[in-house]
Design a protein around this ligand. Structure first.
Ligand code: P53
Length: 477
């Protein structure tokens, strides 16, 4: 028993977290470019434009913009079969509503994809990974404005056309379900360019954005097939399964209901219509949502080929508990409690490898379409020694256990899995905190929270370990 021969081993990143090349290029500002750095306990601040004197870690990232050849050579050395990244929307349409795309931005991705293909590394591309144009957020109200559907579909179409012979694997919106936590401002901002708290009914605003984004996603899927029928195009869900805290029936029902926070999105994107539990909820709340007959037709015509998902942790819910989630970034809810059976990372994210087998089965039982684990990983504080080495056995342990669980799902449970791309394969800026010290990479980057450091790259112990894992197609862990 083994993984398929063509299993896509690789690594994942997102443009805004590692590219840099923000201020000195033709790139426009994205919603991520106006976010300052925070910590586990201090939220990142979203500023009104870029303010003098404040520090924005994404402006430099790890400067992949100028280091891409060196970085891709290191990915190739590990034996990557694929590399997942995003196309920064603002390199292609700096403001978002332009008539014509920007050639300098388009050329940058031609260069990156050519460099990957030189080593036979397949690009796996997310179209929108928390980096929509700031201008669209500010001037149009982001995805709460129906016009943004067309801006996105146009951007997607330009990418499909330009890169149709270089990129086969695509995803529409990264972790489209994050905004379900509409009380923590960064999720609505990065998913949709909206501050939900500004609206009388933030939950309704969130669902309206969600509907428009689902329509935009479906229209992009349909357009992609017309451009190249060989494309494989998926959605992307942050899969943080909810476990019931106990066998108390109300905990079971609660966990089942809460899973709608994940499934609302995948149900629509895989089945091509809004699930009945959501329609019933809109009706019960008395919400008159804007979803036309034409939109419904678009949803039906734009179902995805596969489900891409991130898996970092599970979350446990107790029907008798209640907590404030306005600062939580761990997929938790008002009913979340500690799970006594699992440990947590330094950032409070639960470490639950078996949960990955659970997540794979949950998706596969429900939809029976191919799955792709496009993020998984361990954010930790790493120490680079004086001799340049970095010993990260905790990361190797984390990944080994998750790969074992993934193999069980494939080899014993029959899940159809396309590949595995651990998150932040080279250190990058943390999304939720904006820190550099929350590191995920196999490759260490000398850059610190305050922006100091030489940007030099070096291999961690996990580099050689992962190289061996790929070479043995997951048999040598
Ligand atoms: P950082 C919550 C739960 C699962 C995945 O996060 C999540 C989140 C936060 O939304 O996000 C993904 O860097 C996201 C990446 C991000 C990665 O998790 O805060 O797709 O952009 O970097 C890790 O440790």
């Amino acid at each position: 028993m083994a993984l398929p021969k063509d299993f896509l081993w690789g690594g994942a990143l997102a443009a805004h977290q590692f590219e840099g090349g923000v201020l000195e290029t033709s790139k426009g500002l994205s919603v991520a470019d106006v976010m300052t750095a925070g910590t586990r306990d201090t939220p990142r601040v979203i500023t009104d434009g870029v303010k003098e004197g404040l520090y924005y870690p994404n402006h430099i990232g790890i400067d992949f913009y100028h280091h891409y050849k060196e970085d891709i050579a290191l990915f190739a050395e590990m034996g990557f079969k694929c590399f997942r990244t995003s196309i920064a929307w603002t390199r292609i349409f700096p403001k978002g509503d332009e008539e014509l795309p920007d050639e300098e931005g388009l050329k940058f991705y031609d260069d990156v994809f050519d460099e990957l293909l030189k080593y036979h590394i397949e690009p796996v591309i997310t179209l929108s990974h928390f980096e929509m144009p700031y201008y669209l957020a500010k001037e149009y109200g982001g995805f709460l404005n129906r016009k943004t559907i067309d801006f996105f579909v146009k951007f997607a179409g330009v990418c499909f056309e330009r890169y149709k012979d270089k990129v086969k694997y695509w995803m529409t919106f990264n972790e489209i379900n994050n905004q379900m936590n509409y009380v923590n401002d960064i999720f609505g901002w990065t998913n949709s360019g909206v501050h939900f708290g500004d609206y009388d009914d933030p939950e309704k605003a969130m669902y309206q954005c969600g509907l428009y984004e689902l329509v935009a996603s479906a229209k992009a899927v349909k357009a992609s097939r017309e451009i190249n029928p060989d494309f494989k195009i998926g959605n992307m869900i942050a899969m943080v399964p909810y476990y019931p805290f106990s066998c108390r029936p109300s905990d079971q029902v609660l966990a089942q209901q809460m899973m709608h926070q994940r499934y609302f999105w995948s149900d629509t994107q895989v089945r091509g219509h809004i699930p009945n539990y959501a329609l019933k909820m809109f009706e019960q709340k008395g919400w008159d949502m804007d979803l036309t007959e034409e939109d419904k037709k678009a949803l039906e015509e734009g179902t995805v080929d596969y489900i891409g998902f991130s898996y970092y942790m599970t979350n446990t819910v107790d029907s008798t508990a209640f907590k404030d989630v306005s600062k939580s970034n761990d997929g938790s809810s008002a009913h979340s409690v500690d799970n006594p059976y699992i440990k947590v990372s330094d950032w409070g994210w639960g470490i639950d490898p078996e949960g990955l087998r659970y997540a794979l089965n949950a998706f596969y039982e429900r939809y029976e379409i191919p799955l792709f684990i496009v993020e998984n990983g361990f954010g930790a504080i790493d120490i680079k020694e004086a001799d340049g080495s970095c010993h990260d056995p905790y990361r190797i342990d984390y990944l080994r256990e998750h790969i074992k669980a993934m193999k069980q799902a494939v080899e014993e449970d029959g899940v159809d899995l396309m590949g595995y791309t651990p998150w932040g394969c080279i250190d990058c800026v943390s999304f939720t905190t904006g820190e550099m010290k929350k590191r995920y990479g196999f490759i260490y980057v000398d850059r610190n929270n305050d922006g100091s450091g030489t940007l030099t790259r070096s291999k961690k112990d996990s580099f050689d370990w992962y190289k061996k894992v790929i070479a043995g197609n997951g048999e040598e862990l």
